[in-house]
Ligand binder design. Structure first.
Ligand code: NAP
Length: 298
């Protein structure tokens, strides 16, 4: 009988945050403070909770939280102007626009306006492009958090077969690229809603990642005995928060597995802080100049 190892995101996030706090202190010794700007448009209750959590975490790590709360009827031009101001503000090292934006505002356009060197979420096309090219850049928080969990627990990735279920630009696609980077060297299959025989595809994996949004999709028929299961899903159901994997049913089958909650979730916020301090260090080395001016088409 396999004893399934619990991969605690809370534990790994605490380690990442400790490292971030130490780097913030090191920057302070060079007279450089670290600032994270959060932009929240409208009053979506879930978004408010997410932003509050990010701001609190930043402050706990010595990162200055600079918050901009805008009404839901803010125009695109006003949002654009705010982003451009934040791009130029030397006190701001990371910019996070909480998505989704209210109807009538263009989230993609807004993210594209962020100076890529301040792109705390790692979702600017320039940073996603660097990921494809295998160049250093700020990487998306949730996928980077997944890789960090595997690294922390010493789960072998090199030469292993990873099946990533879900191909969103936020999670699945960048995660497949991270698995595939030179030096990481996993062999990756990216599956999605049109993948035939999904359970059989997943069962071939040494590492199964579910980033789907379907509660308990990944059951015993999806997992080879001893395989690692990383559950990115967060689904609000009548039974509370559940992941995309069936945590109970996979005990004794999976070799190691993240829970939901307290799995990948805490890593997303921790990696946001990690990106912010990385951006601050890079700004410090550049003498605080933005990398290149952002051009806006009006
Ligand atoms: P998304 O943009 O909706 O993408 C979902 C992906 O799953 C799509 O590629 C879709 O395939 C695929 N899919 C849907 N139903 C499927 C099925 N029955 N079988 C196989 N594939 C299926 O979602 P997302 O933003 O990537 O988020 C995925 C989940 O992760 C959600 O539960 C979300 O709440 C959670 N999440 C958690 C964190 C965290 O911090 N833990 C962060 C981000 C997201 P197609 O492309 O073919 O439509």
């Amino acid at each position: 009988m396999i004893e399934t190892q619990l991969l605690s995101g809370t534990v790994v996030a605490a380690a990442v945050k400790e490292e971030v706090a130490a780097r913030v202190v090191a920057l302070a010794k060079r007279d450089k403070s670290v600032g994270l700007a959060t932009v929240l448009v409208g009053e979506d209750p879930a978004s408010e909770v997410y932003v509050r959590n990010k701001r609190r975490t930043a402050e706990n790590l010595g990162i200055k939280s600079i918050h901009h709360q805008l009404p839901a009827d803010t125009s695109q031009g006003e949002v654009d102007d705010l982003i451009l101001r934040l791009n130029e503000d030397p006190a701001v090292n990371g910019i996070l626009v909480q998505l989704p934006l209210p109807a009538g505002l263009d989230g993609e356009r807004t993210v594209n306006l962020i100076d890529p060197t301040k792109d705390a979420d790692g979702l600017h096309p320039s940073n996603l492009g660097k990921l494809i090219l295998g160049r250093p850049g700020l990487t998306p928080c949730t996928p980077t958090g997944v890789m960090r969990i595997l690294e922390h627990y010493g789960i072998e990735v090199t030469g292993r077969h990873a099946v990533v279920i879900g191909r969103s630009f936020l999670v699945g696609r960048p995660l497949a690229l991270l698995f595939n980077q030179k030096g990481v060297d996993a062999t990756v299959t990216m599956a999605h809603s049109r993948t035939p025989n999904l359970a059989a595809v997943a069962r071939a994996a040494d590492i199964v990642v579910a980033a789907v949004g379907v509660p308990k999709l990944v059951g015993p028929d999806f997992v080879k005995p001893g395989a690692t299961v990383i559950d990115v899903g967060i689904n609000r159901t009548d039974d509370g928060l559940v992941g995309d994997a069936d945590f109970e049913a996979l005990q004794g089958i999976a070799g190691a597995m993240t829970p939901v909650p307290k799995g990948v979730g805490p890593m997303t916020v921790a990696m946001l802080m990690h990106n912010t301090v990385t951006a601050a260090e890079a700004a410090c080395s550049r003498g605080n100049r933005p990398s290149s001016p952002v051009v806006v088409e009006r």
